[in-house]
Structure formats: structure tokens, C-alpha cells
Design a protein around this ligand. Structure first.
Ligand SMILES: [Zn+2]
Length: 502
């Protein structure tokens, strides 16, 4: 399945920082130009796959890591989270983030545990979201490990979390704010500027200016790009110029369906209510959950669906409306606070239950009347959603609603592909619930939206790299970009390095 990843050897070995220094010392009379290695980039994740985003940029012997994501999905991939990073974290000087999603930030606690001591640069919204998501990710892993220890099904003996809540908090202490939309000088070698990517609150695409030996190289990192015309977030800002470009390709092979989210959501909810079942939605407590709440709230207010209890089942579940209120620069929502008619929060339905403890979570199993349950992880690779699926999947009255990207090898993908059984906690659970996908709710640009964003470039990049996609999507987008723009387009392999020459 991931043959393209598993057979590709490490094409270029990374010179360590010490090697560069030693080289300079061996040639003390030589010019800096001759002794310093050329600027280069190494793909340490999201190469040939959608998760684990990590791009190492090196210039003048300094190292900057752009994003630090967790691998998710198949065992082959998640195993990499447990292996040593191909570069010693202690030799990395800075980290900068495009946005808060775990596949872009979830490796940070491991990086810090393994010796990374530098700053983690992110804009304030991304920092605040990471403050929720990283401990949440740690909590879920701790719960999974405890549960696996109790049931004795883990391959790790004893089952361990990838990192603990304390380790996630240690990583959060290294965060430093950078401006949402202005240049920020990291070092003499690196200057970064964020632009709105329209994907989640705080999401940015980054312009990285590398200064090396008096020359400047501009590298654009798309991060994850959102959709145009979304009800909450701003559209992605168009790019203008890049010498080198890294573009995400999650939906590089397809567009999202054109139907109305409100209509499809109303139908899924009403059909489930008629059957007396529950709507189970794999999603993190922040991000897609608010988009979903926004639509549910509108449907409730228009009396197109009944008022149902919605359970946001997460150990870190909190009302994140405040985050949106604090970061108006990202969205066009209006919050009114006249309380004459109950809550006026456009990001919450009338009856929301935030469940934090395992006991509260278990009690949701006792709810036998129609309800909506939102729980992580978004691809059902772990977390409390597994308990809800184990409990509700075999119930033909229930509906599983898929609202995000489902990576190869994940349980979410298996459901999307029509699996009749799903393996959960070592058991085969029959899938009798309806499985419905509302692709329009995706936080990712579809193929034509990616091409629309790329058409913003006024001059051709010297080299475009396609990342953050599965092989089919990467190949389709490569063909489309070559045909439409005639740029050189490369699909880098895991751990492959490229010189950034002008
Ligand atoms: Zn993302």
C-alpha cells in the first residue's frame, strides 16, 4: 500500500551541524561562500503521504524545521513516530508552524523530549489552538495506553503513550508568537511571513526568505489550504512569487461534491432521528467541530432539524467560541450577546454537552434517544471515538458521519470504502450503521481550488514540490500542474534532500 514509501531508501544522508562547522574550521582562510553548505531542504514527513509534515531547511549551517507533525494512519507510518528522527533534534535551531493540526504539530512533544531546546514560532491563534490540541492528543494517547494495558492487546509491552500530558505542556512552554501577517526575522538566514490559508483558525501559508552568502531565496510553504467561499473562515490569500514552492495535494485528484452542506446534514440528521439512532462524528473538539456546529445551529434555528443534545466528547473539551471571538482576523462570524433568546452563539447548538472525564464519556453509551456525538480522532485511528464506534457501529439505527479527510490505512478510510467489519480493541465489530460522507465539509481545498490558488503565482517557481498527498492525488496534481502551468514539478520521497539553488 505504501510501497512508494517503504522501498525508497534514504537518498541523501544528512550532514550533521558538526560536520559543517568542522568543514569551516578546516578552511579558516577560505571564504564563507566556499565553506558553507548550500541551502537545502529535506522532506522528513508528508512525502508520499498526508501526515507527519516536517520540512528541514538548512542554510549557513543553521537548521529550521517547518511544521512538526505526527504520522497517522497505517502501522508502517505510525511506527515512524516511535523511531529516532533522522536528524538529531538538539541540532535544530528553530521550528515554525503553518497551523495547529496534529499532523503538523503533534510530534513537537517528542522533539522536545529528544533534546530540541529552541523556540517554536507560531501566530497567536495557532499557539492558543496548540494549547488545546497537544494536551488533548497526549490525553487520548494516555487513555488509549491505559485501556490497552487493561485489555492486553497492545504491541508495546507495557503499552505506552507516545508522549504524556506533561511532555505536551513542556513543548507548549517553548512557543513564541510571531505576527499573523507581517515579516518576522528568525535569524540572519531566515525571515518568515504568514498569509491566510483559510483552512482552520490561524492557518497560514508561509513565505520563507532564506539569505545565504548575500543571496536571497524565496520558498513558499502552502501548509494546508482551505476552501473558497466557506461560511466561517476567510478565503486563502493568493500567492505572488516563489523560487521554490511546496504545495499540499490532499485532494489533488478530485473536487468536493457541489451539493449543499445544510441539505445533506439535515437529511442525515433527520433520517437518523426517524430511526431513533445516534449520529456519530469522528472529529477533534476544535476546527471541523465548529463548522459543523455552525450548520447545525442554523438548521435548528430554521427548524429544519429538531433540537438534539450534542456531546463533544473530549478530555480537553471546552467551548472554543472565545478563541474565534479573539481572532476576528481569520473569519467573518458575528457574535451577538443579547441574551433575550437564549444563547446567541453561532458556533454552538442549543444543547451542548462537553464531556471531559472517562466516566462522563462512558455515560454517553446510556443515551438511547437520538443525539449527536462528536469525538476524536478525526480518522478513528485512536481516541474516544473508538469506544463510540464499538458501541454504535453494529446498530442499524445509527449513522457515522465522515466530515474530514480519511487517510489510507485508517479506520475512517475503511468505513468510507464500505468495510463490513471494523477491527476495534482487537475485535471485529460489524458495520450496520449507515456511513455517510459530507465531502463539502472538508477543511481542504479540492483539486480546482488548489489550481486556483496556484494560478496566483505571477512567475513560475524554479521548482514546485508536491507534498501532503497520497500517491494517486500527488500524481494527478503533478499532471495537472505540468499541463496548466508548465512548471517543473517533483514529488519528493521520504528523507529526500534537494539543494535550493537559484
Ligand atoms: Zn490541517
Amino acid at each position: 500500500m505504501f510501497s512508494v514509501l517503504t522501498v525508497v531508501p534514504c537518498l541523501l544522508t544528512l550532514p550533521s551541524k558538526e560536520t559543517a562547522t568542522q568543514k569551516a574550521e578546516r578552511d579558516p582562510a577560505g571564504s564563507t561562500y566556499n565553506t558553507q553548505p548550500m541551502a537545502k531542504i529535506t522532506f522528513l514527513g508528508a512525502a508520499g503521504t498526508v501526515t507527519g509534515s516536517k520540512y528541514l531547511v538548512e542554510a549557513e549551517g543553521k537548521r529550521l524545521l517547518v511544521d512538526c507533525g505526527l504520522f497517522q494512519g497505517s502501522k508502517d507510518l505510525t511506527q515512524r513516530n516511535w523511531e529516532k528522527l533522522p536528524v538529531d533534534p538538539a541540532t535544530i535551531d528553530w521550528v515554525v508552524l503553518t497551523h495547529a493540526h496534529i499532523d503538523h504539530t503533534g510530534y513537537l512533544p517528542r522533539l522536545v523530549r529528544a533534546g530540541y531546546r529552541g523556540p517554536i514560532y507560531a501566530n497567536p491563534a495557532t499557539r492558543e489552538l496548540c494549547g488545546l490540541l497537544l494536551p488533548d492528543s497526549a490525553h487520548l494517547q494516555e487513555e488509549d495506553a491505559q485501556f490497552a494495558a487493561k485489555k492486553g492487546y497492545s504491541s508495546h509491552k507495557p503499552p505506552l503513550p507516545l508522549y504524556t500530558v506533561d511532555e505536551s505542556k513542556a513543548a507548549l512552554e517553548q512557543f513564541k508568537d510571531i505576527p499573523r501577517a507581517a515579516s518576522f526575522t528568525i535569524s540572519p538566514q531566515f525571515t518568515v511571513r504568514g498569509h491566510d490559508a483559510g483552512h482552520i483558525l490561524g492557518s497560514s501559508w508561509l513565505e520563507l526568505t532564506i539569505t545565504e552568502n548575500g543571496k536571497q531565496i524565496l520558498v513558499v510553504f502552502s501548509g494546508d489550504l482551505g476552501r473558497y467561499g466557506e461560511p466561517i473562515l476567510n478565503d486563502p490569500e493568493p500567492p505572488a512569487r516563489a523560487d521554490f514552492l511546496l504545495c499540499e495535494s490532499t485532494y489533488g485528484d478530485r473536487d468536493h461534491p457541489a451539493g449543499s452542506v445544510a441539505d445533506e446534514l439535515a437529511q442525515a440528521v433527520n433520517d437518523t432521528v426517524k430511526r431513533g439512532g445516534a449520529v456519530v462524528i469522528p472529529a477533534f473538539a476544535v476546527g471541523r467541530t465548529q463548522t459543523l456546529m455552525y450548520y447545525l445551529r442554523q438548521l435548528e434555528s430554521a427548524q429544519r432539524i429538531p433540537r438534539l443534545p450534542v456531546y463533544v466528547d473530549s478530555p480537553m473539551a471546552i467551548n472554543v467560541t472565545g478563541l474565534y471571538e479573539n481572532h476576528h482576523e481569520d473569519h467573518d462570524l458575528e457574535f451577538t450577546h443579547e441574551e433575550s433568546n437564549g444563547n446567541h452563539d453561532p458556533l454552538n447548538v442549543h444543547e451542548v454537552h462537553m464531556t471531559r472525564t472517562v466516566e462522563e464519556s462512558k455515560k454517553i453509551n446510556d443515551v438511547v434517544t437520538p443525539c449527536i456525538i462528536i469525538s476524536a480522532s478525526g480518522m478513528a485511528t485512536g481516541g474516544r471515538i473508538l469506544h463510540h464506534l464499538a458501541h454504535r457501529l453494529s446498530d442499524s439505527r445509527s449513522t457515522v458521519l465522515l466530515v474530514g479527510y480519511q487517510a489510507e490505512g485508517s479506520r475512517g478510510r475503511a468505513l468510507q470504502d464500505g468495510a463490513k467489519y471494523l477491527r476495534i480493541f482487537g475485535e471485529q465489530v460489524p458495520v450496520r450503521a449507515r456511513v455517510i460522507e459530507i465531502g463539502q465539509l472538508s477543511a481542504h481545498a479540492g483539486k480546482s481550488e488548489l489550481l486556483r490558488w496556484l494560478s496566483g503565482f505571477q512567475t513560475a517557481p524554479r521548482q514546485a514540490f508536491l507534498v501532503h498527498g497520497e500517491p494517486v492525488a500527488l500524481n494527478a496534481l503533478q499532471a495537472a500542474v505540468s499541463a496548466q502551468f508548465r512548471w517543473p514539478v517533483t514529488i519528493p520521497a521520504y528523507q529526500q534532500s534537494f539543494d535550493l539553488n537559484l
